[in-house]
Design a protein around this ligand. Structure first.
Ligand code: ATP
Ligand code: MG
Length: 191
């Protein structure tokens, strides 16, 4: 089981290609997109879209893709979102499962700073996905697999900027996500 956490503000094809490659190349049976309630690494740097809206967008992005599910466990728990709390909750329900924690290379570099990093290291194997030429190493001590995907320079930051500037988001995220962003009136001013 692969757990792929993020702010998903908004979700995009970069996220979905990661999920698809995990299934195709690593034989993962389920990729669980876990929407952060309060992403502690981002709070304070910019206003974050309400979690319920990001959850809705992420469900639309996952659509009916085989093997890709969306979890609201961090919204239900409330407060700051820590991967270790989420993985422990999942592992309590499915004790015999092998847990993969999926991170882009940018996020992998900071793993040692994550909440209760020692417990996380013990519980999960990390899958590091290449991202935009970010060649920083994963810190030592983590059980780690690399997954090389076609590099896609797509980010939520770029999508928010496009929307604020009135440029197109088409083909960078699924059409239903774009329609919902417009309906909710999100990202109209650049943060
Ligand atoms: P932002 O620009 O707001 O930081 P983001 O595009 O990085 O958004 P996040 O929700 O922060 O999206 O990312 C969640 C996870 O997905 C992270 O582990 C990140 O490294 C990974 N990720 C996001 N986009 C890509 C991509 N294009 N290729 C590979 N990994 C990605
Ligand atoms: Mg990011």
């Amino acid at each position: 089981m692969a757990v792929f956490g993020g702010t998903f503000d908004p979700p995009h094809l970069g996220h979905l290609v990661v999920a698809s490659e995990l299934i195709d190349r690593l034989g993962v049976d389920e990729v669980r997109l876990v929407v952060a309630n309060e992403p502690w690494q981002k709070v304070g740097s910019r206003p974050i879209t309400p979690a319920a809206d990001r959850l809705r967008l992420t469900r639309l992005a996952a659509g009916d893709l085989d093997g890709v599910t969306v979890s609201d466990v961090e919204l239900r728990r409330g407060g700051s979102s820590y991967s270790i709390d989420t993985l422990e909750a999942f592992a309590a329900e499915e004790p015999d499962t092998r847990w993969l924690l999926v991170v882009g290379a940018d996020a992998a570099a900071g793993l040692d700073t994550w909440h209760r990093a020692d417990d996380l290291r013990a519980l999960a194997e990390v899958v590091v996905v290449n991202r935009g030429g970010d060649e920083r190493d994963t810190p030592a001590g983590w059980r780690r697999t690399r997954l090389d995907i076609p590099a896609l320079e797509i980010s939520s930051t770029d999508l928010r900027r496009r929307r604020a500037e009135g440029r197109t988001m088409r083909l960078l995220t699924p059409d239903p996500v774009i329609t919902e962003i417009e309906r909710l009136g999100l990202y109209l001013s650049e943060a």
